[in-house]
Design a protein around this ligand. Structure first.
Ligand code: ANZ
Ligand code: ZN
Length: 815
């Protein structure tokens, strides 16, 4: 008999709705486990298979901890501010509040079908005034701490969304949301001083269990480099001496600096350009300013530039060197002026060739590519011995040379050691409606005044027109009743800040709110923070590697430094699931599942035809969770057949015996299964975990194994993390039990491993570890465990080959 999933799943979802199985308990002294999903943006199109993949994965680990007896917090909520709701409002005239509420309702219905142990009492919604009150409160704390400032700056501007964008929201010169090339626009903006936290944001990465790849992306984004600041003297057009500061990572090459390059939009350009050159310089400036970021980047190869007409003194060679303007030097990095060393920097080399500037080699190495006349054919950027550099000659450039050059600069007062970060301050204001109003007031007498904390939230007023004005003002500007207010300080007339916060504001701290989302007098409770935080496991997509994950870490560090939080890293462990791909008829390629590709599989349809358990299991079976995986409809049938087989096996009376009647073979088989099952979960391989279940049932059928009551409960409890409905049904039908009564099973290591073999794990032929496994295990199953066991011998190495001998050894050849 095959099981009626429709009836069973509906029945259990109703039971869970009325009496949720797992609830987070406040004030418990049990061990806690906080398992966090990246909360969804409730879009109009409902949930995606990508949501299923991430949420099932997190649910597996939340369920294990719950069955192990932990006090589990596994919440869900809505990241509901943002452009799509607003764009929909513009198009359809529906208030974002209304469309958001509708979307949430639909999302929630769909999410309940995933069968996760989410505690819906903890639900939050970032657009709820009771929530954004505290988003505003946090902003005020930052403002009061001097971490928020206002500046009129040219910002990244999306001419289609008509709003400013943070650097993090510009992807290869285009708007992250709509793909329009980003231009520059000058507006007064609110900016958060994330640069002040650059070093702390780097340091913190060392103590979290995150994928190396994500850590590296954040490190690169923060972009720390060590070098020196050096003063080059020049004269302004009136003959007065002025200093040009340059930032360089290669002070050891200073004798090779044959010209200087300044960002075309640098403030000093005007001061140094002599009358004779003004026309040409201005023409060049206009040209560069008109270029989009995309065009600027396309200039990587063919560099443009112009001579400013001014010269500076190289403090080492004491020679006059020309100052050029070129778009490859960015105003916002370092000091916006560089000493160009064409022999050892490729950009400078390209530029020197184009403008026929001298190239002086100061680093010597057999690896440097020279032509027949002994000239460099390209910049030599590696290390070597210093030449042509007086007192630096003969030194190893990047070590001793670097050090000695800085010593000399400091002694002679022409420079000093300097650390630089690429990360820029965070442009925090948006000229849009559907966001948190920034809780500040502009008073003619008192200046910028924070709204009194007891006046929060500053609620979003209802508007008739959601269109951004395009002038850089938000639609809020058009509501005088809202804009005109009283100054909290002098009670004179004042105007509200009309900018709203960026989409990220609400998600920077939502995980702090979940333990008690209904608090009215504070954003979170101190005791809750001590108990529940940091998050133990955070599961979500890699697209948030920088933006959300960096901003959230920044918020937490600030709140920690202000004394509100007892920890300074929010997410102890992070797991990034891969994307769900599918063949697209349109392009004939296997691509990311998306509306635009026309290859979306609607979860509602699959749930209707196969049920939630099949979908849960299939989406995990598809492949290693960290990798992108291809969806194939046919895969569902395989899982469906298996679940039927599983159900049939345990609902066949003869297959279950008393514990006493269970044979030793059956016992061993179950414990080996439990061992393998849990081991693969431990290595985040739920895909191969499912295979162990399949093998167990196959073996049981082939060898006519009968399982005792205890082991049956253990097997059914095991499958509950993947297929909770069928597991609950079996426990209820067979034993009148519920999952809460069934702890996560433990295996007996002796029984589990008696028939096992020991595999030797080697690195370059040296034995580094042993792992126990069942006879005949394949390489793809063993490799993750083996790699983990020898991880410390692989740091900074690349695996070039793996030698595998079944039941004997696995040898990693690494360099
Ligand atoms: C001289 C030099 C010689 C450099 C050499 C490099 C190699 P990172 O490592 O990314 O921090 N630079 C400095 N400010 C710049 C700006 N605003 N726009 C473009 N380039 C800039 O890069 C630091 C190096 O990038 C600096 O070191 C400078 O070039 C350049 F053989 O100075 B270097
Ligand atoms: Zn005032």
């Amino acid at each position: 008999m095959s099981y009626d999933f429709r009836e069973i799943e509906k029945k259990w979802q109703k039971i869970w709705e009325e009496k949720p199985p797992a609830k987070a308990i406040t004030g418990s002294d049990k061990r806690k486990y906080y398992c966090l999903d990246m909360f969804p943006y409730p879009s109009g199109s409902g949930i995606h298979m990508g949501h299923w993949r991430a949420y099932v994965l997190a649910d597996i680990y939340a369920r294990i901890k719950w069955l192990e007896g932990y006090n589990v917090l596994h919440p869900m909520g809505w990241d509901a501010f943002g452009l799509p709701a607003e764009n929909y409002a513009i198009k359809m005239g529906v208030h974002p509040k209304v469309s958001t509420a509708e979307n949430i309702k639909n999302f929630k219905r769909q999410l309940k079908e995933v069968g996760c142990i989410w505690d819906w009492d903890k639900e939050i919604n970032t657009t709820d005034p009771n929530y954004y009150k505290w988003t505003q409160w946090i902003f005020l704390q930052m403002f009061k701490a001097g971490l928020a400032y206002q500046e009129e700056t040219p910002i990244n501007w999306c001419p289609s969304c008509l709003t400013g964008l943070a650097n993090e929201e510009v992807v290869q010169g285009e708007c992250e949301r709509c793909g329009t090339p980003v231009t520059q626009k000058k507006i007064t903006q609110w900016i958060l001083k994330i640069t002040k936290y650059a070093q702390k944001l780097l340091d913190g990465l060392e103590k979290v269990k995150w994928p190396e790849k994500i850590k590296q992306m954040q490190q690169n984004w923060i972009g720390k480099s060590e070098g020196a600041e050096i003063i080059f003297k020049t004269k302004d057009k009136n003959g007065n001496e002025i200093d040009l500061n340059v930032y360089t990572t290669r002070p050891d090459t200073i004798f090779g600096a044959t010209f200087m390059v300044m960002a075309p939009d640098h403030d000093i350009v005007e001061d140094i350009t002599p009358e004779s050159h003004i026309k040409k310089v201005e023409a060049y400036q206009t040209k560069v300013m008109g270029m989009s970021a995309v065009e600027r980047m396309a200039e990587q190869k063919e560099k443009s530039g112009i001579f400013s007409g001014a010269y500076a003194l190289n403090p080492a060679t004491k020679q006059e060197i020309p100052i050029y303007l070129a778009s490859y030097v960015l105003k916002s990095y370092g000091s916006g002026v560089i000493m160009a060393v064409p022999a050892h920097d490729q950009r400078d080399f390209d530029f020197a060739q184009k403008f026929d500037l001298p190239i002086v080699q100061v680093i010597q190495s057999p690896d440097a590519q020279l032509d027949k006349d002994g000239n460099l054919v390209e910049a030599y950027t590696e290390n070597g011995k210093i030449i042509n550099s007086e007192f630096l000659n003969g030194l190893d450039a990047k070590t001793e040379g670097f050090k000695k050059a800085i010593e000399h600069l400091e002694k002679t007062n022409i420079g000093k050691r300097k650390t630089n970060y690429k990360i820029r301050d965070w442009i925090f204001s948006r000229q849009r409606y559907w966001g948190e109003p920034i809780p500040l007031v502009h008073c003619e007498t008192c200046g910028i005044v924070p709204v009194d904390e007891n006046q929060l939230p500053v609620k979003l007023p209802d508007v008739e027109k959601y269109q951004p004005t395009g002038t850089g003002e938000s639609p809020l500007a058009a509501i005088p009743e809202w804009v005109n207010t009283k100054c909290p300080k002098c009670h004179g007339p004042a105007k509200r800040e009309i900018n709203t916060m960026p989409q990220w504001a609400g998600s920077c701290w939502y995980f702090l709110r979940y333990p008690n989302p209904n608090l009215t007098d504070k954003p979170f409770d101190k005791k809750d923070m001590e108990y529940w935080l940091p998050v133990d496991l955070y599961v979500g997509g890699i697209e948030h590697a920088i933006l959300h994950l960096l901003y959230a870490r920044f918020y937490v560090k600030v709140l920690h430094d202000l004394g509100y939080l007892p920890f300074d890293e929010p997410f102890t462990q992070l797991f990034n699931q891969g994307m769900v791909l599918k063949y697209s008829e349109k392009s004939g390629l296997i691509e990311k599942m998306s509306k635009s590709k026309g290859n979306v599989v609607n979860p509602d349809k699959i749930v209707e035809t196969y049920g939630s358990d099949v979908l849960r299991m299939y989406i995990m079976f598809m492949g290693p969770p960290e990798q992108d995986c291809e969806w194939q409809d046919a895969g569902l049938d395989g899982i469906k057949r298996f679940l039927n087989k599983f159900y049939q096996f345990f609902t066949t009376k003869e297959n279950i015996v008393s514990d006493e009647q269970e044979t030793i073979e059956a016992k061993k088989r179950v414990h080996r299964f439990l061992h393998d099952y849990q081991n693969r979960l431990h290595y985040f391989k739920p895909n191969t975990t499912i295979s162990t279940l399949m093998e167990l049932i196959n073996d049981a059928n082939a060898q006519q194994l009968r399982f005792g009551k205890s082991n049956t409960i253990a097997i059914v409890t095991s499958i509950s993390i993947l297929a909770p409905h069928i597991a609950n049904e079996l426990l209820a039908v067979l034993f009148k039990k519920q999952l809460v009564d069934c702890p996560w099973p433990k295996f007996d290591p002796v029984l589990a491993t008696e028939d096992m073999v020991t595999i030797i794990v080697q690195v370059n032929g040296k034995v580094r570890a042993n792992i126990k496994t069942k006879r005949g295990e394949t390489q793809d199953i063993l490799q993750p465990a083996a790699e983990q066991a020898i991880a410390k011998w692989l740091v900074d190495k690349e695996i070039v080959k793996i030698i595998f001998v079944t039941d004997r050894l696995i040898n990693f050849v690494a360099r």
